[in-house]
Design a protein around this ligand. Structure first.
Ligand code: OKP
Ligand code: ZN
Length: 365
């Protein structure tokens, strides 16, 4: 093991934040056909910002624009071009609209035996179902701008760590881990953590781990790196047999080709408590230590909290401190990227506690 990154009590944790996320504020999503108030709200990021701002150890940093190249290094450029034009074209034909979701998706089975390589529809409503994949991820005014800025937030945090910081926190909103190379999904438009991981590889990191502790499996991140030997993906999550995203996150999925063995899925049962989660984290950390990454990116979701409205785990706030400490004890620089967490009242405190656990100095024997 290389020497752990020293974090003194006075260590300031850089928080990269931008108010651009406020522009992304769709009013509702559809949950199994029922319209419900959007859970992924601007207030989420504002609660986290407010809580961290109350602790002098956290210093706020503006994101630096990184342009389109780091996004196109990970995503199909067609996805970015679609997201850029979608809202403009929707209101050009339907000016009264406040948000839009597809009503027809390119389900691969519709084209069984005919090949799925259909051209992207030029009609924006058709294209929504070509690039989109679920009804929880609306597009509205400001969605693209917010999603672009969230990428710059993650990239700026990655740069801080590449420049020698032991830890940096990217207060990303919208989140990113459900977005694969060529689709938007699960409140996510661009995969902030994956783009940061690729950026670190491009800046000279030989091995990068993405540790995903969000309640939901990060199917997008897994897909992007599934064949990659240099980017490890390790995830603890609600078992996809009962939880979104349903079609990925199974323990049997371990990577393919040169990436065989570099994907590690730890699906967990409903009601998972601090003790069982800790045991799974020990396994995850063993896998990461064996991979020996130069840097660990954490996809931080606190929707594992007992009171979260969409997760079904039973974790306490104390377990978040323990999570942060376990990751810190790996002794690698950490880029923490915000993903989910929907108990708005508890969200700021939960994230603060996680980061506090990650940044606190500990005596290691
Ligand atoms: C985003 B992230 C619940 C449906 C939820 C979308 C969940 C997206 C979660 N019945 N659908 O991973 O926190
Ligand atoms: Zn989640």
């Amino acid at each position: 093991m290389p020497a752990r990154v020293p974090l003194q009590p006075t260590t300031s944790v850089a928080v990269v934040y931008s108010p651009a996320h406020l522009r992304h504020a769709p009013a509702f999503e559809t949950n199994c056909g029922e319209p419900v108030a959007m859970l992924e709200l601007p207030r989420r990021a504002e609660e986290i910002r407010r809580t961290l701002a109350g602790d002098a150890r956290f210093g706020f940093v503006d994101p630096t624009p990184h342009g389109e190249a780091p996004i196109d290094a990970v995503h199909d450029p067609g996805l970015r071009r679609f997201l850029e034009r979608a809202w403009r074209e929707v209101i050009a034909s339907e000016p009264h609209r406040r948000q839009v979701v597809a009503d027809t998706y390119l389900n691969v089975r519709l084209r069984d035996g005919m090949g799925i390589d259909v051209p992207e529809p030029t009609n924006v409503f058709g294209a929504l179902g070509y690039w989109g994949s679920d009804t929880a991820t609306p597009i509205a005014d400001g969605t693209y701008e917010a999603a672009r800025e969230a990428v710059d937030v993650a990239l700026t945090a990655a740069d801080l760590v590449a420049g020698g910081a032991g830890i940096a926190y990217a207060l990303c909103r919208p989140p990113g881990h459900h977005a694969p190379r060529a689709a938007f999904a699960g409140y996510c438009y661009f995969n902030n953590a994956a783009i940061a991981a690729q950026h670190l590889v491009d800046r000279g990191s030989h091995r990068v781990t993405v540790l995903d502790v969000d309640y939901h499996h990060g199917n997008g991140t897994q897909q992007i790196f599934y064949e990659r030997p240099d980017v490890q993906y390790v995830s603890l999550h609600g078992d996809p047999r009962r939880a979104y995203p349903y079609f990925a996150g199974f323990a049997e999925e371990t990577g393919t080709g040169r990436g065989a063995g570099a994907t590690v899925n730890l699906p967990l049962p409903a009601g998972c408590d601090d003790e069982s989660y800790h045991a799974a984290m020990c396994r995850a950390c063993d896998e990461i230590a064996r991979f020996a990454p130069d840097v660990v990116i954490v996809s931080l979701g606190v929707d594992t909290f007992g009171n979260d409205p969409i997760g079904d785990f039973a974790l306490t706030r104390d377990s978040f401190r323990a999570q942060g400490a376990m990751v810190s004890d790996l002794g690698r620089p950490m880029v923490i990227v915000q993903e989910g967490g929907y108990d708005i009242e508890a969200l700021g405190g939960n994230v603060h506690t996680w980061l506090d656990g990650a940044a606190a100095p500990r005596n290691k024997t």
